[in-house]
Design a protein around this ligand. Structure first.
Ligand code: E4P
Length: 218
């Protein structure tokens, strides 16, 4: 499973990139707005200069023709850009046109198996299955990821769409996404750093240092 970072925060992206485990970044309008930056293009281009991998940038248009126009423009910002298209009839229409033009897309706000199937058949490069937001309303978000993976796997000769486990809230979600066979988990920086940590690792490091200090002073 590959790890993408789910943020538009440049400092977080720089720090996470140094770990050598991040192979892409996903953003959305809320994440960019959180950084108080209104120039989406500048943000996406800066991220692309840090991480050499797929960088998802979302369109805001809602009508198919406007979506397609906006997506073509967004995809010209950097060769790394993957255009995020929200699930809707207009979104599917846009994805099918864009995929024929070779523009990579990420179907976002996917909350059902049927939405994922439609996205894949339309030619989406990725579908983002939102785990945390489903959990929030009492559904099993990771079960949906597992079902999408299972179905896509049956048709892997025809459907090349990859499954992104998105809306990840804690490290257990990441483990579960890997077990479910998600191709990618896109995770907030805080969750990535939680994954690094274990109290026994910290205790072990300080014990090694103490023991070495004792013998080297003897
Ligand atoms: C996916 O690409 C989205 O940006 C993200 O995972 C949404 O997560 P949230 O439910 O924490 O907003």
């Amino acid at each position: 499973m590959r790890i993408f970072l789910d943020t538009a925060n440049i400092d977080e992206i720089r720090q996470a990139a140094r770990l050598g485990v991040v192979s892409g970044v996903t953003t959305n309008p809320s994440l960019v707005a959180k950084e108080k930056k209104a120039d989406m293009k500048a943000v996406i281009q800066e991220i692309s200069s840090i991480v050499d991998g797929p960088i998802s940038a979302e369109v805001l248009s809602l009508e198919p023709e406007a979506m397609i126009r906006e997506a073509r423009n967004v995809s010209s910002w950097s060769p790394n850009v993957v255009v995020k298209i929200p699930m809707s009839a207009a979104g599917l229409e846009a994805i099918s046109v864009l995929s024929r033009e070779g523009i990579r897309t990420n179907l976002t706000l996917c909350f059902s198996v049927n939405q994922a199937i439609l996205g894949a058949v339309a030619g989406a490069t990725y579908v983002s299955s939102f785990v945390g937001r489903l959990d929030d309303i009492g559904h099993d978000g990771m079960q949906l990821v597992a079902e999408i993976v299972e179905i896509f796997d049956k048709y892997k000769d025809r459907l090349k769409t990859q499954v992104i486990a998105a809306s990840i809230r804690h490290p257990l979600h990441v483990t579960a996404a890997a077990k479910a066979g998600a191709h990618i988990a896109t995770i907030p920086y805080s969750v990535l750093m939680q994954m690094v940590k274990h109290p026994l690792t910290d205790i072990g490091i300080s014990r090694f240092a103490d023991d070495w200090r004792r013998i080297s002073k003897a």
